[in-house]
Design a protein around this ligand. Structure first.
Ligand code: ZN
Ligand code: ZN
Length: 222
């Protein structure tokens, strides 16, 4: 993702190689947060207790924690959570808590601290992207937003900012589509030609623009 895209750029067109800057900021915030949590959970009883009180992260971020964790750190993190759930179920079994408290104690997206980091980093990066649309467009450092974040930005900017934003992104996406088409053409059985690195990786960038970064989700209702 660090390669520049000068060869594909024409007429000040934003870079399609670097990926969505809002996705990048959010992904960094999420993984920084997860790495910090993982380190704290491995050695701090206070962090473990807090994690248990929350009953862990939302399901999505629990699996991301698993991706960066090892059996030892995950066991440190999960043992108090499992015990807390067992305590909850004991109180339900004894009749001192209603069955609905089990549903109520499930970690919610909005309450999950990693979700919060993701949301705050996204809002900040989107704000920067909005500011960039008002500034000079010849900086050569523009990056296309993924469709999810572009949609959020288009819904938020002044009407005057919409046409240049839409035009720049349409041009970038057409350049990406051209790479996909070129790759398909070169891979056709009749004329096998070597595809460029950009063409070989175009499908991956297309997915990122269509669906956003893999470590992020649609911000639907909580
Ligand atoms: Zn994005
Ligand atoms: Zn979460």
């Amino acid at each position: 993702m660090s390669r520049s895209d000068h060869n594909a750029a024409t007429g000040g067109q934003p870079s399609i190689a670097a990926g969505c800057p809002v996705c990048a900021a959010q992904s960094k915030a999420v993984f920084d947060d997860l790495v910090a949590w993982q380190a704290r959970l491995a050695r701090s009883e206070e962090a473990q207790a807090r994690f248990a009180t929350m009953r862990g992260f939302c399901a999505f971020h629990m699996w991301l924690l698993q991706q960066i964790g090892d059996p030892l750190s995950l066991s440190h993190a999960l043992a108090p959570v499992i015990e807390a759930w067992a305590d909850d179920l004991d109180t339900v079994a004894e009749g001192s808590a209603a069955a609905v408290t089990v549903a109520a104690a499930q970690p919610r997206r909005r309450a999950c601290p990693v979700c919060r980091s993701e949301r705050e980093a996204g809002a900040q990066a989107l704000h920067l992207a909005a500011a960039a649309t008002l500034g000079p467009t010849e900086s050569g450092d523009e990056r296309l937003l993924c469709m999810r974040h572009l949609a959020a930005l288009l819904a938020d900017v002044t009407p005057k900012a919409v046409p240049p934003l839409a035009r720049a992104h349409a041009a970038g996406l057409r350049a990406l589509a051209a790479q996909l088409r070129s790759y398909l053409g070169k891979r056709a059985a009749s004329r096998r030609q070597p595809a460029t690195e950009d063409e070989q990786e175009a499908w991956r960038r297309a997915l990122l623009f269509v669906a956003g970064a893999r470590a992020l989700r649609d911000e639907g209702p909580p």
